[in-house]
Ligand binder design. Structure first.
Ligand code: NAD
Length: 385
C-alpha cells in the first residue's frame, strides 16, 4: 500500500497563501512504515514546518521531485488541504484522498473528485465523538489557533497582558474578551489567563459557561431566549432579533476591552457578524481585535481577509491560517490525526483501507465514493446554493 504526501507550499492558495503544514511528521512516517505502508513524499513538503527531507528519509520515506512520478501507483493521497482539480483528475480511480476539503464551499472540486471516481475523506466531517477525537483535525488546529491568536494580539498591543507593580508605577492587567468559546475560544481564554489578563467570554451555547469559569474566565450572561446546539454540539444560527440583543449587550464589554478575539463559527455556513463598525468605533485607540473567521466571511465588520488593518486606531487582525503561525506544532498534531485515521482503518494482509460505511466515522467523513457525492447534508447544501 502506497501513500503520497504533497509539498503543498507549491500550490498557492487563497489570498496568495503558502501552506506551511505537512500531512506527516518524521514521527508518523516511522509509524506508517512500521505498519507496512510505503510513504512517498514530495521534496520540500516539511520545509515550512522545519522538517528537512533528510529527516523524512531517515524515517523511511521515499523522496520524489514531483507527484507526477508516482501518481498512477498510489492508494492514498494525504493532504493538509485538497489537491487541485488538475491533480485530482489524474489520480487513479478509487484513490483515497484525505484532507481539509472545505466541502461546503468547494463544490466544483468535490464534483471533480466524484466524477474522477475518487474516494474523498473530508477531515472537517469527522464526527466530534470520543472515538474520533484522536483523528479530529478541526480540534487540533483550533486549539493551536486559540493560542496563536492571543500571541498575535499580545504582540500588536501597545501594552502588556499581566499586571505589573513596580516602583515606576503599576500597569493594570489587560482586559481580553473572547466571543465564541468552542475549542479555539477555550484555548484563547486559557492562554490569555496564563499571560495574566482579565478574561471575559461569551458563547451562545450556555453549556460552556462552566468550562469558561473553570479556566479562570468570567462568562458574560445575556438572555437571548432559546439558542441550543445541533446533535454534534455546533451552535445554531440566531434570529435577527437575538443578534440585535446580543450586539447591544456586548457593546460595553467590547468598548472596555484591550483585546477582543472572535471565534464564532456556524458549521457549514458563513460565520455570524458579531462586531459592527459602530461598536468597533467605541474601542480605545491601540486596542486589538482578532477576527478568527476573517478568511471565511468575518465576525468583524471591516476586517480584511489575509490582512491586518487599523480602523480608527484599533488594530484588526484578519490574517487567518492561525495554526500555521506555529507550523511545526500544527504539523505534528495534524500528522498524528492522519496517522490515527490510517491506523484505525488500514488493516489486513495485504494492507488496504477498509471502507465500511457501517462505521460512523467513515459514514460521515467519506463524501465522495463510486462516482457519487454520498453525504446528504452536503447534497442539501449544494441544492440550496
Ligand atoms: P465552532 O468552531 O463551530 O464554533 C466556535 C464557537 O462559536 C462555538 O462554541 C459556538 O457555539 C460559538 N458561536 C456560534 N455563534 C456564536 C455567536 N453568535 N456568538 C457567540 N458565540 C457563537 O465550534 P467548535 O470549537 O468546533 O466546537 C463545536 C462543538 O463540538 C462544541 O460543542 C465542542 O465542545 C464540541 N467538540 C466535541 C469534541 C469531542 O467530543 N470529541 C471535540 C471537539 C469539539
Amino acid at each position: 500500500m502506497k501513500i503520497l504526501i504533497l509539498n503543498e507550499s507549491r500550490q498557492i492558495g487563497l489570498h496568495a497563501h503558502i501552506e506551511k503544514r505537512c500531512a506527516v511528521s518524521p514521527g508518523t512516517v516511522s509509524k506508517l512504515v512500521r505498519k507496512g505502508i510505503d510513504v512517498v513524499i514530495e521534496k520540500g513538503a516539511g520545509f515550512h514546518a522545519n522538517y528537512e527531507d533528510s529527516e523524512f528519509e531517515r524515517s523511511g520515506a521515499k523522496l520524489i521531485e514531483t507527484a507526477d512520478e508516482v501518481v498512477s501507483e498510489i492508494d492514498v493521497l494525504a493532504c493538509v488541504n485538497a489537491p487541485n482539480e488538475l491533480l485530482a483528475s489524474t489520480l487513479p480511480a478509487n484513490t483515497i484522498v484525505i484532507g481539509h476539503l472545505d466541502p461546503f464551499f468547494q463544490q466544483p472540486l468535490i464534483n471533480c473528485l466524484a466524477e474522477s471516481n475518487i474516494t474523498a475523506l473530508s477531515v472537517e466531517m469527522i464526527p466530534r465523538s470520543s472515538r474520533a477525537q484522536k483523528m479530529d483535525a478541526l480540534s487540533s488546529q483550533a486549539s493551536l489557533a486559540g493560542y496563536a491568536m492571543v500571541m498575535k494580539a499580545a504582540n500588536a498591543l501597545p501594552s502588556i497582558l499581566p499586571m505589573m507593580m513596580t516602583p515606576s508605577g503599576t500597569i493594570k492587567p489587560a482586559k481580553v474578551f473572547v466571543i465564541g468559546a468552542g475549542v479555539a475560544g477555550l484555548q484563547a481564554i486559557a492562554t490569555a489567563k496564563r499571560l495574566g489578563a482579565n478574561v471575559l467570554a461569551y458563547d451562545t451555547r450556555p453549556v460552556v459557561a462552566e468550562q469558561v469559569e473553570s479556566l479562570g474566565g468570567k462568562f458574560l450572561k445575556v438572555d437571548i431566549g432559546e439558542t441550543g446546539q445541533t446533535k454534534d454540539g455546533y451552535a445554531k444560527a440566531l434570529t435577527e432579533k437575538q443578534q440585535a440583543i446580543l450586539a447591544d449587550a456586548q457593546k460595553d464589554a467590547i468598548a472596555q476591552s484591550d483585546i477582543v478575539i472572535t471565534t464564532a463559527q456556524l458549521f457549514g455556513r458563513k460565520p455570524p457578524v458579531l462586531i459592527n463598525q459602530q461598536t468597533l468605533k467605541l474601542m480605545k485607540p491601540g486596542s486589538v481585535v482578532v477576527d478568527m473567521a476573517a478568511l471565511s466571511g468575518g465576525n468583524v465588520e471591516g476586517s480584511e481577509p489575509g490582512k491586518t488593518v487599523v480602523i480608527n486606531g484599533v488594530t484588526v487582525i484578519g490574517t487567518g491560517n492561525w495554526s500555521e503561525e506555529v507550523s511545526r506544532a500544527a504539523t505534528d498534531m495534524y500528522a498524528n490525526n492522519i496517522y490515527n485515521l490510517l491506523d484505525e482503518f488500514v488493516k489486513d494482509d495485504p494492507l488496504s483501507f477498509q471502507l465500511s460505511f457501517d462505521d460512523d466515522i467513515l459514514a460521515a467523513s467519506v463524501i465522495t465514493h463510486n462516482g457519487k457525492i454520498r453525504n446528504e447534508t452536503l447534497l442539501k447544501a449544494y441544492e440550496g446554493a
